[in-house]
Design a protein around this ligand. Structure first.
Ligand SMILES: Nc1ncnc2c1ncn2[C@@H]1O[C@H](COP(=O)(O)OP(=O)(O)OP(=O)(O)O)[C@@H](O)[C@H]1O
Length: 287
């Protein structure tokens, strides 16, 4: 655990780069692919403390636009806290966050328009049916009813929830709830998707369908950030990854850079440590 005496984190007061500091890439007229002006997500000196517990200790991160970015770390590493602060759900003690150059905490409406978020453990309006919940998410985003209705039908189909469209979300299984929350995050076609544990409790067929949807989304220019504990999944699915532990980023870059020739799982264990022998549990042995 990070010592609370080391608070605030050393780089929390460092001047954060304003969006205008990102090198503007002026494109010659007629250039087909226009590279982004700023990372999809830029985080500088992000920090959060709960009483004595330092949950996030000066995190810096650049998520390139168009990347499929994995965020991995052990339990309690600070992933959910970091993502909550990055998406405007939890106010940071220190630090700044930009989404495509828009300051999340100074311009929350503009920033949230660009984002779709699947938070971990946040309660949904579960007395609505699945169809009503996704419709509500679209209307809340200011979309017209006709567009919303079309997209809701498409999303329910993609999530294999058409037959359960009229069921109350409170009666959904954990995996179905995850999928309907993901549909709600996608309805306004955001530029950046931030998904906290999107595959938890989701069956393998639905997970494969969701992966296809996310890959198509990235191929068409969107950016996805996923937190996950499943290293194999991150290694196969993501092109970039950050390893976070004790509220700090231990390594970040392309998946190949971070795993450095090893499997991501081995590299993760190497970076994070903490493998325990099963000592003291001799009483658990049955023979
Ligand atoms: N609201 C809170 N009040 C007090 N402590 C908190 C709160 N939220 C998080 N923490 C603590 O901050 C630390 C980081 O928690 P966080 O949920 O961000 O970790 P995580 O990496 O998402 O973990 P997991 O992989 O288990 O979901 C943990 O020690 C946790 O107990």
């Amino acid at each position: 655990m990070t010592s609370p005496d080391a608070w605030p984190p050393a780089d929390s007061g460092a001047a954060s780069p304003a969006p205008s500091d990102y090198a503007e890439q002026i494109q010659p007229a007629g250039t087909a692919a226009v590279p982004p002006l700023a990372p999809a997500l830029a985080v500088r000196g992000l920090a959060k403390r709960f009483g004595e517990k330092i949950a996030v200790n000066g995190v810096n991160l650049d998520v390139p636009a168009g990347s499929f970015y994995g965020l991995v770390g052990p339990n309690g590493a600070g992933k959910t806290t970091s993502l909550s602060m990055a998406t405007g759900l939890l106010r940071p003690d220190y630090g700044q966050v930009w989404v495509h150059g828009v300051d999340v905490w100074a311009q929350p409406l503009e920033a949230k328009r660009l984002m779709g978020v699947l938070p971990d453990g946040v309660r949904l309006f579960d007395r609505l049916t699945g169809e009503q919940l996704v419709t509500y998410a679209g209307l809340l985003r200011g979309m017209d009813r006709e567009t919303v209705a079309g997209r809701v039908a498409d999303l329910l189909r993609a999530m294999d929830l058409t037959n359960d469209a009229g069921t109350l979300v409170v009666d959904y299984s954990a995996g179905m709830t995850k999928k309907i929350a993901l549909a709600s995050a996608l309805i306004h076609a955001p530029k950046l998707l931030v998904l906290d544990e999107p595959f938890e409790a989701v069956d393998p067929v639905s997970a494969a369908n969701i992966r296809d949807i996310l890959h198509d989304y990235v191929d068409s220019g969107g950016t996805v950030i996923v937190s996950s504990h499943v290293m194999d999944l991150v290694q196969r699915m993501c092109d970039h990854v950050a390893v976070i532990a004790n509220g700090n980023v231990l390594a970040a870059g392309t998946v190949d850079e971070v795993r450095a020739g090893a499997s991501l799982e081995d590299r993760f264990v190497q970076l994070v440590g903490g493998r325990n022998q099963a000592e003291g549990l001799e009483w658990l042995r049955t023979s």
